[in-house]
Design a protein around this ligand. Structure first.
Ligand code: 13P
Length: 249
């Protein structure tokens, strides 16, 4: 039996409402040959303002969809924030948390991210929890110390059954949007190490960082990599789904 692959697209701050409609005008035809493949789970994570057309398009195609962030309080005086109940009304089931752009550009701390992870689990939704080291951290030999801090902070107060519900995404910051991919061995080393630290060999762990059709096969064939979290290449149906086709062929 071949392994199940999670192909998740993080659109970041791209694709407006009308561009999302355009994406879903094209997507079904490109997805058609793959849609009955039970070893593939496709997901797309859009900006809040594109969630409505995303939800409509994704439901028609039977793919997973979600948001890229959320605040942990259910409501109140938190100007500019979006709550979990707000996302639930759009039938959102998955939420990316702790992305390196949230950590490094917007200053989100391990503590804040841990609160979000807990709130999303409490709501019965799936956190897609991102972690990874910067280039400076890798070069100074602190990759595993940094990731241990990030991972432990997110899961330390959770029950084993909650820990197993999280989808983990290892995204080395130096490989994001740079065209520089971690080598399959580098990515595999971290994903294998993560399973041991998390204490559950069966958790889903994705790799993210410049994944595209041309490098997908080697990465997705690694034993401890269950799929990809894709930025740039997920913005167009063809370049996105090509990642899975490249793995299969
Ligand atoms: P790129 O695929 O554009 O490098 O982005 C990766 C990423 O950050 C996905 O969350």
């Amino acid at each position: 039996m071949s392994k199940k692959i999670y192909l998740y697209g993080n659109w970041k701050m791209n694709n407006t409402y009308s561009e999302t409609e355009k994406f879903f005008a094209e997507f079904p035809a490109v997805y058609e040959p793959l849609k009955n493949d039970s070893n593939l789970e496709v997901g797309i994570f859009a900006p809040f303002t594109s969630l409505w057309p995303l939800s409509q398009g994704a439901k028609k195609c039977g793919i997973v969809f979600g948001a890229q962030n959320v605040y942990y309080e259910p409501k109140g005086a938190f100007t500019g924030e979006i709550s979990i109940p707000m996302l639930k009304e759009y039938d959102v089931t998955h939420i990316i948390l702790g992305h390196s752009e949230r950590r490094h550009i917007f200053g989100e701390s391990d503590e804040l991210i841990a609160k979000k992870v807990k709130a999303v689990l409490d709501a019965g939704m799936t956190p897609v929890f991102c972690y990874g080291e910067t280039l400076e951290e890798r070069e100074s030999g602190s990759t595993f110390t940094v990731m241990e801090r990030q991972l432990k902070s997110a899961i330390k107060d959770l029950l084993p059954e909650e820990i197993s519900k999280i989808i983990y995404a290892y995204e080395p910051v130096w490989a994001i949007g740079t065209g520089k991919t971690a080598t399959p061995d580098q990515a595999e080393e971290v994903c294998g190490w993560s399973r041991k630290l998390i204490g559950n060999e069966k958790v889903v762990i994705l790799y993210g960082g410049s994944v595209k059709g041309s490098n997908a096969k080697e990465l997705l064939n690694m034993k401890d990599i269950d799929g990809a979290l894709v930025g740039g290449a997920s913005l167009k149906p063809a370049s996105f789904l090509e990642i899975y086709t490249a793995f299969k062929n």
